[in-house]
Design a protein around this ligand. Structure first.
Ligand SMILES: [Zn+2]
Length: 405
């Protein structure tokens, strides 16, 4: 799949126009042909030809008459969200979530599964495959076209392996996409969860469509960043770019399992926060992250001090990102951010301002996640949807209809 070489052939141009149209339909919902032509800049005859092809494939459908601004009636076009779906999997250290999305990236069923303590990665993978097969069966006759999976990074796309999942063992031995593809018999796309978060923020927030550099920071059981350059993921050689959690903020800090010392993740993740609260309060029974979050919300001063320290340390990592990438926008998400999002953003803006080049700070928006639901699950679905939109003929065109490349 995908293009080869630098030049553009006729088939590349057709592919590109199809992709532009599908992306627009995904965002617009229902749109008449004349509006599709206006927004894409394509000739009306080209729009007519492409939509006719999509209707023949079953990928889009006509929705009936719409009334335009001058009272003119025209037939609406929309993606076929009734017959097709995407399976999204969000893998975390303690649980996984399966969801079905439609082609417009709207979630319409979801289920969470806990991972029992001390269960090894092979057993969890087997549990995940069975649950995924069941969900696909339950959604019949809707055809599930592809699967996107968000994993706690870093994930090596070349080696098809999770390179490191701190706090767990065994995942680096499992060729995730290959094994899932064999079980589910559909294309599978694996992406680091912070990259999925970045995709979701970009696709689901119209105000970010024109952003040049958007960075999403997942502050959860680990810490990672997804970086988008004009809507395209900055992936790096192995697909492992954005591992901000394993950048050091302390030269001689504690040794991390990645090999570095003083890694940001060991100061700012929900895991390290829970550890710090337990060490400070010395409770009779260990407190979970949920317990620590409740203490923070109730105004416990010790826990609040630890939270503000966490924000200060995270700010050091954020200043490094701003100085490296000069982003338009930085978005904070995941469970550590969800406890007191407004206070966290306020504290981080204050600390970043103290350390950052003023002109860079003044031109960087720092915000909490603007996606209402699980942005990793959304991003995983979008990863698969992007491939369908980039190569629709691979999914829909009958073999004899494929143009000669
Ligand atoms: Zn590390």
């Amino acid at each position: 799949m995908g293009r080869e070489g630098l030049g553009f052939n006729q088939s590349d141009i057709i592919d590109n126009n199809r992709t532009v149209l599908l992306r627009l339909l995904c965002r617009a919902g229902v749109c008449p042909r004349v509006e599709l032509a206006r927004q894409t800049g394509l000739k009306q005859s080209t729009i007519t030809n492409i939509t006719a092809e999509f209707i023949r494939w079953g990928l889009v459908q006509e929705t009936g008459f719409l009334t335009g601004s001058k009272g003119r009636r025209s037939i609406g076009i929309s993606l076929n969200n009734d017959d097709f779906g995407i399976l999204s999997i969000r893998l975390a250290r303690t649980h996984f979530v399966l969801s079905i999305f439609n082609l417009s990236a709207i979630q319409h069923s979801t289920r969470q599964y806990d991972i029992p303590d001390n269960q090894n990665a092979d057993e969890t993978f087997s549990q995940l495959c069975s649950a995924a097969e069941e969900m696909i069966r339950e959604n019949a006759p809707r055809r599930i076209l592809a699967c996107g999976i968000a994993v706690p990074g870093p994930y090596s796309s070349i080696n098809n392996r999770i390179a490191l999942m701190t706090g767990t063992t065994g995942w680096s031995n499992i060729p995730l996409s290959g094994r899932l593809r064999e079980r589910l018999n559909i294309p599978v796309f694996v992406e680091q969860d912070a990259n999925c978060g970045a995709l979701a923020q970009y696709w689901l927030n119209p105000e970010f469509y024109s952003s040049q550099v958007l960075i999403y920071i997942a502050v959860g059981q680990g810490v990672g960043a997804g970086i988008l350059d004009s809507g395209t993921l900055v992936r790096g050689r192995l697909g492992m770019a954005g591992e901000i959690g394993h950048t050091s903020i302390c030269y001689d800090g504690p040794q991390c399992t990645c090999g570095n010392r003083g890694c940001l993740e060991n100061y700012c993740s929900s895991t390290s926060f829970t550890k710090a609260v337990n060490e400070a309060l010395r409770p009779a029974a260990p407190l979970s992250f949920r317990d620590c979050a409740a203490l923070l919300k109730s105004g416990n001063q010790t826990v609040m001090d630890l939270f503000l320290t966490l924000c200060d340390r995270l700010s050091v990592g954020i200043v490094n990102l701003i100085n490296s990438f000069n982003p338009d926008v930085i978005i904070l998400g995941d469970e550590m951010t969800h406890v007191m999002p407004d206070l966290m953003v306020e504290q981080i803006r204050k600390c970043v301002k103290d350390r950052c080049i003023p002109e860079l700070f003044e031109n960087t928006i720092i915000e909490k996640s603007l996606v209402a639901k699980d942005s990793f699950a959304h991003g995983a679905a979008l990863k698969a949807i992007e491939d369908i939109f980039d190569h629709p003929s691979d999914y829909f065109a009958p073999a004899q209809e494929e143009y000669v490349k």
